[in-house]
Design a protein around this ligand. Structure first.
Ligand code: ATP
Length: 298
């Protein structure tokens, strides 16, 4: 059993919308990325974890507590960042943060102030006058300020943040990971998932289509290697030894998708006169797009 357990949940909104038979586990101390295109079912899954909605079938638990039956306890103890935050507009930012701290029965506000500094947030203005990014920062402060919360559930935490603040956020996640917190975070940002997560769950049309280990993914990722040789005949001879290598007739350049055969590829090239070399590593985005786009395998 993990810290967060999702067991065969279905929430059917009709017309193929919702989530269907989704199961996965988040282990203690793990940062798990939850990726998927718009409308895939990330928020629907997360709202069931927070106990706001009840699954039609299946069950969810956090630290052994049923998420729907123990919703009150879960909402108080988990650091949660909703996709869209329902603010009390008449409050100013600081009043709202203090209000949430009171609900969580927190003692000190030290961490809240550290977080405001980290994200360069001045929370003294009225919420209704704040930009999207400022509101998002308030949400981040509220989710992370309770140092007693060992579990964080974050729904698209960097939406609305500029690149500098996205970087700060990545640093924050890495620091929280070192502290041993367990984090589930949905995202559209491949880069932030790559930099922070140990594994990524991919959801599409309400169904979980993959669970990838980021370490293995990094190792197994395809590279496009391009060698240019001093003579076209060398290029042709070299290319004939690798089924995946392409060499246009008469060209001195060979292009190939290389994975685990990188070593053999480089050693063979060393037998000829190499005049140029280019290497491009497939981005996480390119790797994942086949789970996203039209005709993705089920
Ligand atoms: N209360 C509801 N009633 C009817 N349909 C709903 C309801 N909530 C969500 N849906 C539908 O369920 C599907 C999944 O929505 P969800 O918000 O979980 O997606 P998401 O993966 O979080 O997407 P995004 O990246 O756009 O936030 C969508 O088609 C959405 O329209």
């Amino acid at each position: 059993m993990g810290v967060i357990d999702i067991n065969n949940i279905t929430k059917d909104y009709g017309n193929g919308r919702g989530v269907f038979d989704v199961s996965f586990t988040v282990e203690k101390g793990e940062v798990l990325g939850f990726l998927g295109p718009n409308g895939a079912g990330k928020t629907t899954t997360i709202r069931q974890l927070m106990g706001f909605i009840k699954p039609d079938s299946g069950s969810l638990s956090i630290q052994g507590m049923d998420c729907f039956k123990k919703a009150d306890k879960i909402q108080k103890s988990v650091g949660y960042l909703p996709g869209e935050i329902a603010f009390i507009d008449s409050m100013n930012g600081m009043e709202f943060i203090s209000f949430v701290a009171k609900l969580k029965k927190m003692n000190g506000m030290g961490r809240a102030h550290e977080l405001m500094e980290m994200f360069e947030l001045n929370a003294s203005g009225k919420l209704k006058k704040m930009s999207k990014g400022m509101k998002q920062k308030i949400g981040i402060v509220c989710a992370f300020m309770d140092t007693g919360a060992d579990i964080l559930i974050l729904d698209e935490p960097t939406s609305g943040l500029d690149p500098l603040m996205q970087n700060r956020f990545v640093e924050l996640i890495l620091a929280e990971k070192r502290r041993g917190r367990t984090i589930l975070m949905s995202s559209h940002m491949f880069e932030e998932v790559e930099r922070t997560c140990g594994r990524a769950a991919i959801i599409r049309d309400g169904r979980l289509v993959a669970m990838e280990d980021m370490g293995k993914l990094r190792e197994g990722r395809q590279k496009t290697v391009e060698f240019t040789f001093s003579k076209a005949a060398m290029a042709a001879e070299f290319a004939s030894g690798f089924p995946k290598a392409a060499c246009q007739g008469g060209s001195r350049t060979v292009t190939a998708q290389v994975g685990r055969n990188l070593d053999a590829f480089v050693k063979k090239a060393g037998m000829y006169t190499v005049t140029d070399l280019n290497v491009r590593t497939q981005s996480l985005e390119e790797f994942f797009l086949h789970f996203y786009g039209e005709g993705a395998s089920e």
